[in-house]
Design a protein around this ligand. Structure first.
Ligand SMILES: [Zn+2]
Length: 249
């Protein structure tokens, strides 16, 4: 098992991606603190990641909105020590503990386009309920593919599920009520009631998102890693393991 900081420090242009990666406890704790903040405020938070003496350390915590956070990538990626970023998808409060939504297609498209020739490998992490999703992107991955990727399925599969199960009316009314609600807390409460009224939705959406993440990783030939129960790891654990689910073998 490769330790993340060492892996990023040693990476050379022809690197073979490992089957599992270890993240040290200090970094997992930093992720968890940002996750707590994000779930309690109901908006996305994140930070950039830097290499410092062979360890990956978080930069300043940045606050975003309900569905995105601006990580100021251009300015940060210009720094020599930049290795990637981390952000939270705060779905647990509005969708329940079964929601584990990894990278969105927008997240992935942005990540794949980051280029710095002096670094061979980039890391991106998203904290999503009971899962930690991580990608390792070698410099050699295919940039801006000319053919459209056909795996943009995460939201449409979620919608198909709603229609197949006959919840389209409840869904339309719920979304309208959420959009016209005055406060963020009310919006989150309305969403929680809506998703609770559609049994199996959180699980179906998470499953579709995971399939999309895997298909995208195979398409771009970067490594996708997933770890379980990220905020429930034992207090005495010194590190956290993520296992490769897709990408080059
Ligand atoms: Zn995201």
């Amino acid at each position: 098992m490769a330790e993340l900081g060492r892996l990023l420090s040693d990476a050379h242009p022809l690197i073979r991606l490992p089957q599992s990666v270890e993240i040290d406890r200090a970094l997992v704790n930093a992720f968890r603190d940002i996750w707590r903040l994000s779930e309690s405020d109901g908006v996305e938070y994140g930070c950039n990641l830097f290499l410092n003496g062979g360890r990956v350390v978080p930069g300043r915590t940045l606050k975003g909105g309900q569905s995105a956070v601006d990580l100021q990538t251009d300015a940060n990626a210009a720094l020599d020590s930049y290795v990637g970023d981390f952000h939270v998808h705060p779905y647990e409060r509005k969708m329940g503990p079964e929601a584990a939504i990894g990278f969105s297609t927008t997240d992935i498209d942005g990540d794949v386009q980051i280029r710095r020739r002096e670094r061979s490998l980039f890391v991106h992490v998203v904290f999503a309920g009971t899962r930690l999703y991580m990608t390792l992107i070698p410099l050699s991955v295919r940039p801006n593919p000319s053919e459209p990727f056909s795996g943009h399925i995460d939201t449409s599969v979620g919608l198909n599920y709603i229609y197949d199960k006959g919840h389209d009316r409840a869904w339309q009314q719920g979304i309208q009520a959420r959009n016209t609600a005055a406060s963020l807390d009310t919006k989150i409460d309305i969403e929680r009631q809506l998703w609770d009224s559609i049994p199996g939705y959180a699980k179906a959406f998470s499953k579709a998102n995971k399939a999309m993440n895997k298909a995208f990783a195979d398409f771009h030939r970067y490594g996708l890693y997933i770890g379980k129960d990220a905020h429930a790891i034992r207090p005495d654990a010194t590190s956290y393991a993520l296992f490769k689910k897709a990408g080059p073998t």
